[in-house]
Write a protein that binds this ligand. Sequence first.
Ligand code: WTA
Length: 634
Amino acid sequence: MAKNQNLTGEVYYPAPEIVEQVHIQDFEAVHQQAMADLPGFWGQIAAENFEWYAPWEQVLDDSNAPFYKWFVGAKVNLVHNALDRHQRTAIRNKAALIFEGEQGDRRTYTYQQLNHEVCKFASVLRAMGVKKSDRVTIYMGRIPELMIAMLACAKIGAIHSVVYGGFSTEALHDRIEDSASKVLITCDGSRLRGKIIELKKIANEAVDRAGTIQTVICIKRTGQEVEMVPGRDHWYHDLMNLPIADPNAPTEVMDAEDPIFILYTSGTTGKPKAILHTHGGYMVGTATTLKWVFDIKPEDVWWCAADPGWITGHSYIVYSPLVVGATSFMYEGAPTYPYPDRWWHLVARYGITILYTAPTAIRGLMRFGENWPERHDLSSLRLLGSVGEPINPEAWRWYYRVIGREKCPIMDTWWQTETGNFMITPLPSMPLKPGSATRGFPGVEVDVVDEEGNSVPAGEEGYLVIKTPWPAMLRTVYKDPDRYVRQYWSRYAEQGWYLPGDSAKKDEDGYIWVIGRIDDVIKVSGYRLGTAEIESALVSHPAIAEAAVIGVPDELRGNIIKGFCILRQGEEGSERLEKELRDHVGHEIGPIAKPTTVDFVDSLPKTRSGKIMRRVLKAQVLGQDLGDLSTLAD
Ligand code: WTA
């Protein structure tokens, strides 16, 4: 983008000294080059930056779209690129991961040490009978062993399914059962805000309900007493001390298109679906986007403050930072524990150069005022990032001024579990507008269209669409290819466009402003939840006959959940029951899914075919026009 271009609205132009130093200085030129020859563009990047056991015959096979294939015929393993190849260079002695626990305990792993642990655990898994393409569920707190477990699975070609450590019994059970995992890796407990979350206890309940799990491997983190089932359960540290734990375990040779993991995410209807990613394309996409958007240099200390249990952590804590040879920082606990300056303390102590977090965290920290960050030396920071929901301009400006001291560009990255990597995002050389994720990454053609697929005029709301395929795209919904086609590719089947499920606007400069979800997905504090899962948890309570939940805008959390329940005959609504229902949802899905309020109602607005019209409920709650009610039953 031309530096002197006059853009409309509130614009922040990058300082010339920043533009001079970054990997990509001219977005427009790179984007045009990519659009002119997409396979050529990605083929060159893939050949120059990664090691392949065998080359591809074809970069992109779109003959069976939307079942796209990338780097067809190539042999590769992402872990070979993340760990193995670095053992031959100076990166071997560099810190791969710096960790601090909530209690202040610290650990650092060099690339050599991390590889050592991953190899040992990979051979333990092999010895326990885990083979290529077997599914392994991982349910843990934010500790280095989570990363080691994921990498060990990928190394031997097993498909991991990480379930966020904030989820609870039923959520874990559903995901174990759907993936038919035989092995579960968990820990005794995890720490958050000075409390212990009893992960092993929850895991035991879920495993008892599921019945597919034959082996549980438990990491000792908190040291509290836990129930271990003889024959089924093993301590990680015991296994890692056995002679089978081989520090030189070989890496499995995979096809580029072989799955690396599945990750469950909420969709429009029904149970969460497992999004499937692959070794080759996912590696190329995540590493390239990280390197270009966050301009990773050898001396950086990168802190992606997400949880590895969500896609942000998979792509930008565990995998891509290692592939590009970066140093990552990971913190176990809550941002405000024990004081609201814990994060700023960490930035100063570890000399963090790039901080990537969610708007909800920024707003949460903003509440405590400027004194807390001002007490710390944050001058090591050079870039900031945001992800998970639209960032409101007020939070953007605070982040820019108070944390970035007006010298750190903010990379507002729009993407999804499905996309694998950043899709709409600035590069540090581009002018920024608070609240806009700017433009498609090079090679990603984004548009905002109406029902028919016509581009809508600037300033008008429409459906966000992606018009070009990209290497890290999801390949399918695990075990449900029809759902993959229906959910993402059916609305604009004729044009062959991907439908993310968000609404957006484009401004006169072509900048994209994402508005929010158009389906039944609710983003609470940046976490993605589905109405169906929460409703089914409510209905599983004996007092409830029917339930509907909606997301309502909230200043701090983006959205909060409101529940509406019809009681079973003979039951009576009360404050006590409301609390019981909230706790019930917390126990079944996890504390993040708890409705803020539950109202007891006599009926719910439904279509004649019986589908709950959440849109009508929402309009009622917000006091808005109820819109078209012609399909309402009564
Ligand atoms: C929302 C998270 C606005 C969006 C990486 C998307 C955003 C959903 C942004 C995916 C952003 C993510 N601006 N909205 N920068 N980033 N979203 O799968 O609604 O947990 O569809 O992936 O988050 O959530 P998911």
